[in-house]
Design a protein around this ligand. Structure first.
Ligand code: HPA
Length: 298
């Protein structure tokens, strides 16, 4: 995957390349990459012939500062599809520079995947969303207000070489290479919705707002996010998907709604509710992903 490594700025390329070489020698490769968000790591139980490695044992990786997030990379097959799974991620609210925060995502892209399913736990902004529902991410609003790729790419305005021809045509049409039309592949999003219908999992489709955190949103911020058209809010995903797309990987986004964002007027969840919702949403997500994976590329 040297074409992807070549897109990275020299200061970053060697670090990413060292991790890619280390992991490739140990058989870490796949067709689909998955990033499992907070509390959603159980999907790795469905990976067959699994090899796993702690992030701390991979050269160049920063381990998470957040106690409840385990950090492991797992490879194997799920529903017959070769996968590489990030069980746990770093978050912007940990205060790390982007070259630390995004290194595992760049490595994932360079391990040869062509699609990445990026999952997260999120608060529901849309009044119709309930804890335990899932939402396919159709688009995102990145509230970090600084492009995560600053300083990390060799040619920041060039489209990804191995992105498909239609993307190049769209980029030409809007006259601005480096734009992000269809950041989330609509065909893959449709497949995720179809997979949800097939396995009886309630599914919404909407826009994800990525906040810096770690503080949860103030009521006025929730009001603003709803008014600008966001359906779910969390503290991850947006920087990763921008990087994946620029490296020619198609991102698919999946939010697991764990709580209503507070301005919606619903009561706060008790700890017991949170535990119950967590169990429900994990079970649904794992079932959905197993139904979805064979559809990628079909
Ligand atoms: N806000 C931000 N991040 C979240 C939330 C929320 O309400 N729920 C889960 N992650």
């Amino acid at each position: 995957m040297s074409i992807r490594l070549d897109r990275l700025a020299p200061v970053w390329r060697d670090r990413v390349g060292a991790a890619v070489e280390f992991l490739t020698e140990r058989g870490f490769t796949g067709k689909v990459g998955l990033v499992l968000g907070s509390g959603l790591g159980n999907f790795v139980d469905a990976v067959e012939d699994a090899e796993a490695i702690e992030y701390g044992d991979i050269p160049g990786y920063t381990t998470t500062t957040v106690a409840e997030h385990t950090g492991r990379l797992v490879t194997g097959t799920a529903a017959g599809v070769p996968v590489v799974v990030m069980q746990g991620r770093l978050h912007p609210y940990e205060g790390l520079p982007n070259e630390e925060l995004l290194l595992p995502t760049a490595v994932l892209a360079c391990l040869g995947i062509d699609t990445a399913v990026v999952t997260n736990a999120a608060g529901g902004l849309n009044r119709y969303y309930r804890p335990g529902d899932l939402m396919v991410i159709r688009d995102q609003v990145d509230m970090h207000f600084h492009d995560p790729l600053r300083g990390l790419m060799t040619r920041p305005f060039a489209p990804a070489e191995d992105a498909d021809a239609s993307l190049h045509a769209e980029l030409a049409a809007i006259g601005r290479s480096g734009g992000m039309p269809d950041l989330f592949d609509p065909r893959l999003a449709d497949q995720l919705v179809a997979a949800a219908a097939k396995c009886g999992v309630p599914m919404h489709a909407g826009t994800y707002a990525s906040m810096s955190g770690p503080a949860y949103e103030a009521k006025a911020e929730i009001g603003m996010l709803r008014r600008i058209g966001c359906d779910a809010v969390g503290m991850s995903t947006a920087p990763e998907t921008v990087l994946l797309k620029r490296l020619g990987v198609s991102p698919v986004g999946l939010s697991c709604i764990t709580n209503p964002a507070r301005e919606t007027g619903q009561p706060q969840l008790s700890h017991q509710d949170v535990v119950e919702v967590g169990k429900l949403v994990r079970e649904r997500m794992a079932r959905l992903l197993l139904e979805f994976l064979p559809r990628v590329g079909s």
